[in-house]
Write a protein of this length. Structure first.
Length: 146
């Protein structure tokens, strides 16, 4: 996502994928995406191992609640969950960093990282959700009526 930067802030693609998939298929499938995607992010970053996985799984649980909603494929629900999920994701990451001894200013981190990321993720969510909805429909299990 380096080409899609707004003011130096890039969308969190894995976060948006986890939110979308959890809405479309439920928390159980979203947890798998969150766990595997989070471990992949942790392997590629300098953050404590498992922090991103925990954060994405927490967001998946929240987003999975929307799967039971009749508006799960409507744009309004993912658009509302993108900034909320971003705050939860970065909140968990900041807590994990604090627990591992990497002292940070929570207020500064929130203002300089979380709020811009929430805005950029909000703007990117429609594009990610459309792609994930297409994938959901292509891979949906077909029920056979006997």
């Amino acid at each position: 996502m380096p080409l899609f930067s707004i003011g130096g802030t890039k969308p969190d693609l894995m976060l948006l994928v986890v939110i979308s998939w959890s809405l479309l298929r439920g928390a159980s499938e979203g947890l798998v995406w969150g766990f595997l995607g989070g471990l992949s992010l942790d392997l590629l970053s300098g953050s404590p191992f498992g922090g991103s996985a925990i954060a994405l799984m927490a967001v998946s649980l929240l987003s999975g609640l929307g799967e039971m909603n009749i508006f799960k494929e409507h744009f309004l629900l993912p658009m509302a969950l993108a900034p909320v999920g971003t705050v939860i994701y970065y909140g968990v990451i900041l807590i994990v960093l604090e627990l591992t001894g990497q002292s940070l200013s929570l207020a500064s981190g929130f203002l300089r990282v979380v709020l811009p990321a929430a805005l950029v993720n909000l703007l990117a969510m429609p594009f990610v959700f459309i792609c994930m909805r297409w994938l959901h429909r292509r891979t949906a299990r077909r029920q056979i009526d006997w």
